[in-house]
Each structure stands twice: as structure tokens, then as C-alpha cells.
Design a protein around this ligand. Structure first.
Ligand code: ATP
Ligand code: MG
Length: 412
């Protein structure tokens, strides 16, 4: 098996670039070693794309800087305190981090020092499938026996789960996120038990860190099952201060064949946590969402409300006019998920409306105040009222009246 694995890793295109080989050549001098670690190794073995490549090394950060510079590469001391240097090579950034080990000090927090021991570096990582290393030749180094877990897509804590969580409560969320992204089958029972017992620790985390992991979780393929388990462990309530609509969320993810938007965190959060408008605002704060994310959620929410109140599905042009194309699509998907979650209604009408929402042009009101002034109307509040009335007529006409017809109506 190891020979196969070495073959797969040796063939990985990211390992065969001149860029990364130049980084290895620069660092591996005077007995120092360097190995790719974590996501890149795991993803290659699982056939997932590799978005970035992290390198671990025995060389101290200052030495990495010097050697990279001497080799004509561009080192940037992005996180020198943590031992991280970003080395630009072949147009690609490599995060090179010096091996670290935890030194037990007082209480639960471990102090971190630089080290030269690959096993100790592995031991302070989170899950066995994330503690795999590969050298410049594609040879796998597996100090903790994580290969089997990785190939079985089993997410297991390194060491005693309760203790590892107490060192960093973010690992609770990472447990669910990494499972959602790379796992399969049942979640590891031991890990789940620890997350359940340690759940109150989530309260100590910053909103940024929670939001970062939750966004990534919501994009992952198994977000539905992962969130169900999080909810069963009482974690969703602690993280958001509200309840979760797990059935509706699973139904939303079931709409993926119709719409890729179902993996967008903003839409997922509206479906999951939006019972009343205040829920949305609270989730936005708890996850420290950006203004753009908040505004997408609010619009989706408004469109969803409109769809829930309507007796029949509204027309596509009216929806895209009021909520914009994205807002209308989001609102429809949330509404559709709700119907499916309660096993109500056929898909047909929603599917037809969705394809119309993607195609119809967004109606644009063809008349400006200046057009009315040019035809003799006086500027002022009355003109604003007139414009509003004309816009209402235009909407009633199914957005069909043109500018001349509207001017004629204004003069009538
Ligand atoms: P992805 O491809 O989704 O980014 P990743 O494994 O690269 O997955 P990162 O968050 O980029 O995840 O972390 C890189 C590596 O650092 C992980 O593989 C893991 O070994 C280690 N790591 C990250 N966060 C923690 C943590 N909170 N505790 C322990 N180890 C961690
Ligand atoms: Mg990563």
C-alpha cells in the first residue's frame, strides 16, 4: 500500500513543479529537512483539489529566510512568531513553518517552541488524517499512523480528544468541518463524545474564528449530516443562540442538482437559523459576517417572506425587480427547501420559476424625473409622488409600458 501511496504522491502535479522543488533545494541544506504537510497530502490521497501547499521544516524561520533569499526566491516573514515564512517561488506562495512542539506549562494552554522532531510536530496537529507528510521525492512519512484513517476518510483526534479540545476549542468546529469536507460514514464516536462534553468551551472563541470555520463547514459536501450532529450535541445553540431547522437545511442541500447556490453559507444560514428576522442579525454577529454577506441574507429573507405570503408563486420579473436576481433565486431556494422539508408540494413549479429567474432580464423603470421635467413638469415633491404612481402603473402592466406611454399617462 505504501508503494501505491508514494506513487500517487510522487505523481502529484504540485510536487513536480520547478517552483516547489526550488523551495526544497533552498531549505534542505546542512542537514535540515523539509516536507509538505496537512491538507495538500490529505487531498492528494483523497483525490480532492489542492488549493495550497504548506511545508514543514527543521530549519528555524530566520534560516529559511536567509536560504530562500540566497536561492533567489522571495521570502516574506508573514508569521515569524509562529515560525512561518511565506516563500514565493514559480509564482506560487508556499507557507514554510518550522517544526513545533508543545511544552507543557501551567493549566491547559501549551507553550509552543520550535523543534526538530517530526513526531512531536505531528502530535500537536488536530486529526490523524492531517498529520501526514511527504518529502520532495513523493515519499510518505506517517509518524502517527494516520494513513489508514485518511484513506478511510475517518476524522479522529490525535491523542485524548477531551484534552486536545481543551487546548483549543476551535477543534470542536474543525472536527465537524473536516468531517463535512473529507469524511464519510459515521462520525467518530469518541470525538463526538468529547465535543459534547466540552461544548461550553465554544463560548470562549472569538466570533472571527467561529465564523471562519462555519463558513467553510457550510460549503462542504456533508454539511447536512455534520450540522445534524452538531445540533444533537447542543453546539448549534451555543454557537448561534438560536434553534436550527435541520430538516429544511438537508432539503436545501438536496436541491444541489438544481442550484449550486445551496452551498453558499449566506443562503444556508437563512434556511437553518432564520425563524424571525432577529435570528439572522444575531447569527451575523455571532459569525462576524461581512456587510456583503449580511445584505445578501437580508434580501434572501425578504424574498422568502414574500414567497411565503403569496397565494401563488409570483412572476419571475416581479421577483427579480424587487429583490434582484440573486435575492429572488435565494428566496425561492429557501422557500422550496421549506416545502421539501415538510414534504409538501411538487418540485415542478419551483423548478420552472427558478429557470425563469435565471433568464428574465431585470426590469428597469424607463422613466426618470428629468424626462418629466423636460415635458413641462415642475421639480419638487409632487414630481416624486407622480414618479411613484407611474412606477406602480408600470409594474401593474407587467413592466411592459415604455417611456412614451408613461409620459402620456403623466400628462393625462
Ligand atoms: P483545508 O484544505 O480545508 O484548508 P487544512 O487541513 O489545510 O484543510 P488548515 O486550516 O489550512 O486546514 O490547517 C492546516 C493544518 O494545520 C491542518 O492540516 C492541521 O494539521 C493544522 N491545524 C490547523 N488548525 C489547527 C488547530 N486548531 N489545532 C491543531 N492543528 C491545526
Ligand atoms: Mg489549508
Amino acid at each position: 500500500m505504501t508503494a501505491d501511496v508514494d506513487h500517487i504522491l510522487g505523481q502529484a502535479d504540485w510536487l513536480r513543479t520547478d517552483g516547489i522543488q526550488a523551495v526544497f533545494a533552498a531549505i534542505e541544506q546542512e542537514g535540515d529537512q523539509a516536507r509538505v504537510v496537512g491538507g495538500a497530502v490529505r487531498n492528494t490521497l483523497l483525490g480532492h483539489p489542492v488549493p495550497d501547499v504548506d511545508i514543514a521544516t527543521t530549519a528555524p524561520p530566520e534560516t529559511v529566510m536567509q536560504r530562500a533569499r540566497a536561492a533567489g526566491l522571495k521570502p516574506v516573514g508573514t508569521g515569524l512568531d509562529h515560525g512561518t515564512v511565506t516563500v514565493l517561488s514559480g509564482g506560487f506562495p508556499y507557507e514554510v513553518t518550522t517544526l513545533r512542539e508543545d511544552v507543557e506549562t501551567f493549566g491547559r494552554q501549551a507553550r509552543v517552541v520550535f523543534g526538530r522532531d517530526w513526531t512531536r510536530d505531528a502530535e500537536r496537529r488536530d486529526f490523524t488524517l492531517n498529520a501526514l507528510y511527504v518529502d520532495r521525492f513523493g515519499h510518505l512519512h506517517d509518524p502517527l499512523g494516520g494513513l489508514e484513517d485518511c484513506l478511510a476518510r475517518r476524522v479522529r483526534f490525535i491523542g485524548a480528544p477531551d484534552r486536545r479540545i481543551q487546548e483549543d476549542y476551535l477543534r470542536i468546529l474543525r472536527f465537524f468541518r473536516i468531517y463535512a469536507a473529507y469524511g464519510q460514514g459515521d462520525m467518530d464516536a469518541e470525538g463526538l463524545g468529547a465535543c459534547l462534553r466540552q461544548r461550553d468551551g465554544l463560548r470562549h472563541l472569538s466570533a472571527e474564528r467561529i465564523g471562519h470555520e462555519m463558513r467553510r463547514l457550510l460549503r462542504a459536501p456533508l454539511a447536512g449530516p455534520a450540522l445534524r450532529m452538531m445540533n444533537d450535541c447542543g453546539l448549534w445553540e451555543i454557537a448561534t443562540g438560536g434553534l436550527a431547522r435541520i430538516e429544511d437545511y438537508s432539503a436545501l442541500r438536496g436541491l444541489e442538482p438544481f442550484a449550486l447556490e445551496v452551498t453558499d453559507p449566506e443562503l444556508g444560514l437563512v434556511v437553518l437559523g432564520g425563524f424571525v428576522r432577529e435570528d439572522l442579525e444575531r447569527i451575523c454577529d455571532r459569525f462576524r459576517l461581512s456587510n456583503a454577506e449580511r445584505s445578501r441574507m437580508r434580501t434572501a429573507w425578504a424574498a422568502l417572506k414574500r414567497l411565503r405570503q403569496a397565494k401563488d408563486l409570483p412572476d419571475a420579473p416581479a421577483l427579480v425587480y424587487e429583490f434582484g436576481r440573486q435575492g429572488a433565486i435565494d428566496g425561492l431556494l429557501a422557500f422550496w427547501a421549506g416545502l421539501r422539508g415538510q414534504r409538501r408540494a411538487e418540485d415542478g413549479p419551483q423548478e420552472a420559476l427558478l429557470s425563469r429567474l435565471r433568464q428574465v432580464p431585470v426590469p428597469e423603470f424607463p422613466l426618470k424625473g428629468a424626462d418629466l421635467i423636460a415635458t413641462g413638469h415642475k421639480p419638487g415633491p409632487a414630481l416624486g409622488d407622480l414618479l411613484k404612481q407611474l412606477e406602480a402603473k408600470w409594474r401593474e402592466s407587467g413592466f411592459s409600458m415604455n417611456k412614451d406611454a408613461l409620459i402620456r399617462l403623466a400628462d393625462a
